[in-house]
Design a protein around this ligand. Structure first.
Ligand SMILES: *[C@@H]1O[C@H](CO)[C@@H](O)[C@H](O)[C@H]1NC(C)=O
Ligand SMILES: *[C@@H]1O[C@H](CO)[C@@H](O)[C@H](O)[C@H]1NC(C)=O
Length: 463
């Protein structure tokens, strides 16, 4: 499902400790340090288990070591400078064909896509810093991209330190604070004073769009159309290699973390294990939503930090970024000594079946909304308990267009990437969600981004 504000578990590994109980804990550690070797020596594992479950995570001799996960994506290269130039050229060609004068974006996912300008490399403030891409015809008649960056004058030196690839010299229109920033931005746009069409990234803030329109009253300032949005939506081979690895290593992280989970642990501890594994795997900004039993019936959690019981499903929804590309995986699973009911297992199998059918309908040329519709139909009697959309696009953002939901009429095309995440949520009882992201292969068929490590979960014990 993805990153959820204020609900994600970002706890350091032992962050569940309460400061007020520290001295009590210290004496406990001494006691446990004496008791544990004895307990292990005598194979008195029930005593060890008692300490594990009553005092949170075991004060064990072996903190989980996930460092072996770091090799999985070690050979995956970040996006190359030449790819940014290709993207800029495609954008310029698209603008040219649309008879538009410019494309403008604030630092963020779209500017990151076209020019390596992330919101981490330049934080948004009330002072506009804008990426401006304009098409021009070179001496042999081909369309090329001119990259410009509008910068506050006093920040110009810092703006020029940004790592923005470009095939020609970047121009840096500056605005001193006693002048209008938007007039400075438009100084690099052809026909801005006439009827120029200027496309603005959909995520640009309203005051930016308004400022541009006011500075160029005769121009048409509009949100970027589908032809431009699709450039970023449809992933290249290079991007798919990154996304496959990010999603694979996310599955591996859940599998490895599961080995350290036990009946009696807290939701936050299970989440922290997964976050620790993903960090060790090299994912940036890892998040994990961790829900046990009936808590998972609220798709974004309850915040109670419940303890795991033998009859509970564990739901982990997690991900992180590799070279800027987000992963998103959900597994609902059991431990070797869990004791689920027949009904739980049947519902799990139902969700898995829906996930499989939904994937197989997401072929090139299909309308996005129809995939969601099919998933709901296959849910049958449980459709009312499938309370959210089937999936979302994913890439430089955890959730991005296009979406697999009702009312969405985008066309699925090769290179598109989506999550496939049906679920059943019965309040007071349980929640089951299974999520794997997939891409549309050159031949038009959908393939899980997790297929390199087995694809979708096979059973609640076999992730
Ligand atoms: C993109 O920017 C990052 C820093 O934000 C830099 O490390 C990286 O080398 C840049 N990539 C290219 C291709 O210039
Ligand atoms: C995908 O669908 C589009 C639109 O229907 C079509 O133009 C294209 O040829 C299809 N590509 C493949 C590989 O089937």
């Amino acid at each position: 499902m993805g990153r959820i504000q204020d609900r994600s578990v970002h706890l350091p590994y032992n962050a569940t400790q309460n400061h007020s109980t520290n001295s009590y804990r210290r004496s406990l550690i001494v006691l446990v340090a004496l008791l544990f070797p004895a307990a292990y020596y005598l194979n008195f594992s029930s005593l060890a288990n008692l300490f594990q479950s009553r005092y949170g995570h075991p004060i064990s001799y072996h903190e989980p070591d996930f460092s072996h996960l770091s090799s999985h994506c070690a050979d995956i290269a970040p996006i190359q400078a030449s790819s940014f130039l290709d993207r800029q050229r495609s954008l310029a060609e698209t603008l040219y064909h649309l008879k538009a004068s410019a494309y403008i974006a604030e630092p963020g996912p779209s500017a990151a896509y076209f020019a390596n300008l992330t919101s981490a490399s330049w934080h948004l403030s009330e002072r506009p810093l804008l990426l401006i891409v304009t098409p021009y015809i070179d001496h042999i008649g081909t369309v090329q991209a001119q990259v410009s960056v509008l910068t506050p004058s006093f920040e110009a030196t810092r703006a020029k330190l940004l790592h923005i690839p470009s095939s020609v010299d970047i121009s840096y229109p500056e605005w001193p604070e006693h002048e209008d920033p938007y007039a400075a931005a438009l100084s690099v746009v052809d026909n801005a004073d006439k009827g120029a069409v200027i496309y603005v990234d959909g995520a640009a803030r309203h005051f930016i769009v308004e400022g541009l329109q006011q500075a160029a009253p005769h121009a048409v300032v509009r949100g970027a159309p589908i032809e431009i949005r699709r450039l970023r939506e449809r992933k290249s081979k290079e991007e798919l290699e990154i996304m496959k690895c990010a999603n694979e290593v996310t599955v591996l992280s859940i599998r490895e973390a599961r080995k350290h989970m036990y009946i009696g642990m807290h939701e936050s501890e299970a989440g922290a294990l997964v976050v620790k594994a993903m960090s060790a795997a090299g994912l940036r900004g890892p998040f994990a939503l961790s829900l046990f039993g009936e808590n998972a019936a609220l798709p974004h959690g309850s915040g109670t930090d419940r303890v795991l019981k033998a009859e509970d499903f564990i739901l982990i929804d997690c991900g992180g970024a590799l070279h800027g590309y987000e992963s998103d995986v959900t597994r609902t699973f059991l431990l070797p000594d869990s004791s689920p009911s027949e009904r739980q297992l049947n519902l799990w199998a139902k969700v898995k079946h829906v996930q499989t059918v939904a994937l197989n309908t997401a072929l090139n040329g299909t309308i996005t909304g129809n995939v969601d519709k099919t998933a709901r139909k296959v849910m049958g009697d449980y459709a009312p308990y499938f309370t959210h959309r089937l999936g979302h696009g994913i890439g430089l953002e955890g959730h991005e267009s296009p979406y697999l939901r009702g009312g969405s009429n985008d066309i699925i095309l090769t290179g598109h990437t989506f999550s496939d995440e049906p679920g059943i949520y019965i309040e007071g009882e349980l929640g089951i969600r299974l999520e794997d992201c997939f891409y549309i292969e050159e031949d038009g068929k959908p393939v899980y981004l997790t297929s390199g490590v087995g694809g979708q979960a096979r059973s609640p014990w076999d992730l």
